[in-house]
Design a binder for this molecule. Structure first.
Ligand SMILES: O=C(O)CCC(=O)C(=O)O
Ligand SMILES: [Fe+2]
Length: 383
């Protein structure tokens, strides 16, 4: 009893350090017909969380930890296959589906990324590595369907939050996981290998080539992690850093080159659902701030963050969240591998995105009114 209380207290303290609002989905996030009262409550909580922070942590969402961990085991097994077998599943031009090896992507436009990714845009068996990895297809298909159901729940809650008909977004996302020619929704499995600094004298390209070899490190960390933000002025009294430089203090720079786990970017879909086995360097820029903030890690929780399309649809009421994954400063953290799964929720390709689809807020209405009054006053004066 006491033990439970103590650990609850500890968790409360940890959660109070989190920058992210936490929303409880009462275990019905993946139900085909979710309980209406829960959708309504979550809608109201999302309204506050997304407009103020651009993100929220979902708990009791309905996707079990076991399911996520088994998916990461399958990804580990895939990454461990011989290069010529992996090559059969590589992402090809003009199609987002398939495997992407380390060093091939630069989300910030310049910095190569240290991660293995497997994009799944369709559940067509031919496009999945079932032959070398029996069981892969069934497990990943079931997981993709769970994420699709969870995304449908969030789409309904979003409609509630914006005071529009509950099926408004759902109807515009009816083709999720049918292939990126119909709908760009993607389940992306990610593995970030451990980072071990090169010894002096080793070649420049070791980081991309050598250090990204697979280490067969199954997901390890399962502890809540909300370490307080480090204050550079406290740690290095002589160092007169400005605020703008805080970001660099939480990041480890490798001596032999510019690489990152995932460069700074915003997702371009409606929203993203993100599961992770440890934080491993995930940082965000909260709306209106230029400072990188650590997200922290709550085991089993799924982060939802706004993408560009939702930001356009809502006239930035729900701003797209800038994020990145840096190489963690602490040696014991960066020398651990990290797994994540991102579900990028996109509208059907034929959908027209217009902010005029959504009713305006009172503030927006009065700005529009004022603009119209000024315009007619000017016209009357000219007449
Ligand atoms: O792995 C992560 O935590 C983030 C990945 C991400 O932001 C992306 O692939 O768009
Ligand atoms: Fe992203």
């Amino acid at each position: 009893m006491l033990k439970t209380k103590t650990s609850d207290d500890k968790l409360d303290t940890l959660l109070s350090r989190s920058a992210v609002p936490i929303i409880d989905l009462a275990h019905c996030g993946t139900e085909e017909v979710p309980v209406k009262s829960v959708v309504n409550r979550v809608g109201h909580q999302l309204q506050k969380a997304l407009s103020e922070k651009g993100m929220a942590l979902l708990v009791n969402h309905g996707i079990s930890d076991e399911k996520l961990k088994t998916a990461w085991d399958h990804l580990d097994d895939f990454v461990d296959l011989e290069a010529d077998v992996k090559q059969l599943y590589i992402r090809s031009d003009g199609d987002n589906h398939g495997y992407v090896s380390p060093g091939n992507e630069r989300f910030d436009g310049k910095t190569p990324e240290l991660r293995h990714a497997f994009n799944i845009c369709t559940l067509n068996v031919q496009n999945l590595p079932e032959e070398p990895l029996p069981g892969f297809t069934d497990h990943i298909s079931a997981l993709a369907n769970d994420f699709k159901a969870l995304a449908s729940f969030i789409l309904q809650a979003l409609a509630v939050s914006l005071d529009i008909p509950p099926t408004f977004f759902l109807e515009k996302h009816s083709r999720m996981m049918s292939g990126d020619h119909d709908n760009m929704t993607t389940l992306r499995m990610l593995y970030y290998p451990p980072i071990v600094d090169d010894e002096p004298g080793h070649g420049q390209n070791e980081v991309i080539k050598g250090r990204c070899q697979y280490s067969y490190q199954r997901c390890l960390s399962d502890q809540p992690d909300f370490r307080p933000e480090r204050n550079p002025l406290e740690d290095e009294p002589d160092n007169m850093q400005t605020n703008g430089k805080d970001a660099e203090m939480s990041e480890h720079k490798l001596p032999n080159g510019e690489v990152i786990r995932c460069g700074a970017h915003v997702d371009y879909g409606t929203f993203t659902l993100l599961a992770q086995d440890s934080e491993g360097g995930l940082e965000v820029k909260l709306p209106g701030s230029e400072k990188w903030t650590r997200v922290g890690h709550l085991p089993g929780a799924i982060l939802v963050n706004c993408g560009e399309i939702l930001s356009i649809w809502t006239r930035e009421r729900y701003p797209a969240l800038q994020h990145r994954v840096v190489i963690p400063e602490q040696e014991h953290i960066r020398s651990r591998g990290r797994h994540s799964i991102a579900f990028f929720c996109h509208p059907d390709n034929i959908t027209m995105i217009s902010p005029n689809d959504l009713p305006q807020t009172d503030a927006e209405q009065s700005t529009t009114c004022l603009k119209q009054r000024k315009k007619s006053f000017k016209a009357a004066k000219e007449r």
